[in-house]
Every structure is written in structure tokens, then in C-alpha cells.
Design a protein around this ligand. Structure first.
Ligand code: CA
Length: 238
């Protein structure tokens, strides 16, 4: 399927006509090749709490808030939710381990794609479940003048987090656009689910170990193998 047919199908399904005014972009696994480090940091941190888990499991939780992920494992292994103190301690431990994993680099093709979209007069808004300050601060360096603080939704802004549509609804508000005036760029099933629930045309880039099918089942309108392919395809509608 190509992007034009995917848009046609989206329009028909929603009874709208997509007018691209704003890109709402996820961060980890889209702007940064950071998921391997996140997965490793999560597994090591929770293992230290006596929880049995493996790094690859965390791709399925990608997009959740830290608290949301911690509580899934607490309920499963400790039959209770984590206290606020535990959430703070574990999440900051995970953030520290993430830093120790080394620098996560921008995803191949992402910087030029964002520049192209912005210079075509579209708004670009960050919508991430991440509260990883070290990476959020890097955005100004790697994506200068693109993700300005007033155009960012992060873990510090939302209460529900993906897969709830809240983060993407906030992203629409920041861009002052309707769902049919935006396009979401995501890589994780829970993020795709959130964007799709917000009624937004959702492009998934499959940069992790999951199958394309998992992204389509979550509600992706179209799936590309990587960000470079997305960049080439988005030119068709700019
Ligand atoms: Ca992601």
C-alpha cells in the first residue's frame, strides 16, 4: 500500500479529508535509536528488584509511562502496585542505567525528515511518554529549532500515557489542529494505539524487533521499515 491509498482509506473511514498541517512525532525508536538501551536498562533495574524479566519484553511496553510499566511487573510478581516512593526510586534507577548504556544516537534519516517537514511549513510536535531528561535535553542539539519547549508533550505533562489517547490529544492542542489535520509518526504498538484512538492518521516505522503485523493490528494506517523510507514517502504529500 502507498501513502496516498492509505490516506484515502483513512478519509473514507472517518468521513474527513486529511489536510496535513502538523506532524506529531514520538521520540524513542523514531527520533533516536534508543530502544535497545531502554530495554536493557529496564530489564537490569527490575531484575535488581527480584523481578524475572528479559530486555526484549520491554518493546511491548514501549510508550507507557515509567509508573505504568513498573506496576505491570509489580502486579505480576508482587501482587500489588508499587508505592510512589518505589516508583520514584525504580524509575530514577532505570534512568541512570539508561545513561550508563552509552549515548543513543539520532535514528538514521530522522534529522533530515524533520527538517524537511518543518521547512515545508508544517508544525512539528513531540509526543513522548519519556521522562528521560538526558535525552529530552539532547533534542535541542540534534533537532535544533524543531522541538521547541512549547511544542513538546512528555511524561511530565500527561497523567494517563500511551496507549490512552491523552498524549496525542494534548499534541493536537499544542498544534491547535484537528485530528484530520495531523499525522502521527510512531514505532510502538501502544503508541500507534494511542494515536489511532485520538483519530489521527498514523504512520508506523518498524525500527524494533516486532512484526509489521503487530503495528497494523494496533491501528497503523501504514507501516514503513525505517525512518528513511518514511522520509522518502512523506515527500509525496508535502
Ligand atoms: Ca517509541
Amino acid at each position: 500500500m502507498d501513502i496516498l491509498s492509505a490516506i484515502k482509506a483513512y478519509n473514507k473511514r472517518n468521513g474527513v479529508s486529511l489536510q496535513f498541517k502538523a506532524l506529531l512525532s514520538d521520540m524513542d525508536g523514531v527520533l533516536y535509536n534508543s530502544m535497545p538501551n531502554h530495554a536493557k536498562a529496564w530489564a537490569e533495574t527490575l531484575q535488581a528488584e527480584g523481578i524475572e524479566c528479559e530486555a526484549r519484553e520491554f518493546y511491548a511496553h514501549e510508550g507507557r509511562t515509567g509508573k505504568g510499566t513498573i506496576n505491570i511487573y509489580f502486579k505480576k510478581f508482587k501482587n500489588r502496585e508499587a508505592t510512589e516512593e518505589e516508583v520514584q526510586r525504580i524509575y530514577s534507577g532505570k534512568a541512570q542505567r539508561f545513561v550508563e548504556c552509552g549515548e543513543a544516537l539520532p535514528m538514521q534519516g530522522a534529522q533530515s525528515a524533520m527538517q524537511l517537514i518543518k521547512s515545508s511549513g508544517k508544525q512539528v510536535v513531540l509526543v513522548t511518554g519519556s521522562g528521560q531528561k538526558t535525552l529530552l535535553q539532547k533534542l535541542a542539539l540534534h533537532y535544533p529549532d524543531i522541538f521547541t519547549p512549547d511544542k513538546m508533550v512528555t511524561a511530565f505533562d500527561v497523567t494517563k500515557g500511551k496507549p490512552h489517547p491523552e498524549p496525542y490529544l494534548m499534541g493536537l492542542k499544542k498544534a491547535s489542529v484537528e485530528p484530520y489535520e495531523a499525522i502521527v509518526l510512531e514505532n510502538a504498538p501502544l503508541g500507534v494505539e494511542a494515536a489511532s484512538a485520538a483519530g489521527i492518521f498514523t504512520i508506523a516505522v518498524n525500527t524494533g524487533p516486532l512484526s509489521e503485523e503487530e503495528l497494523y493490528s494496533a491501528g497503523a494506517d501504514i507501516v514503513y521499515p525505517d525512518v528513511e523510507t518514511f522520509a522518502n514517502e512523506i515527500r509525496k504529500i508535502l
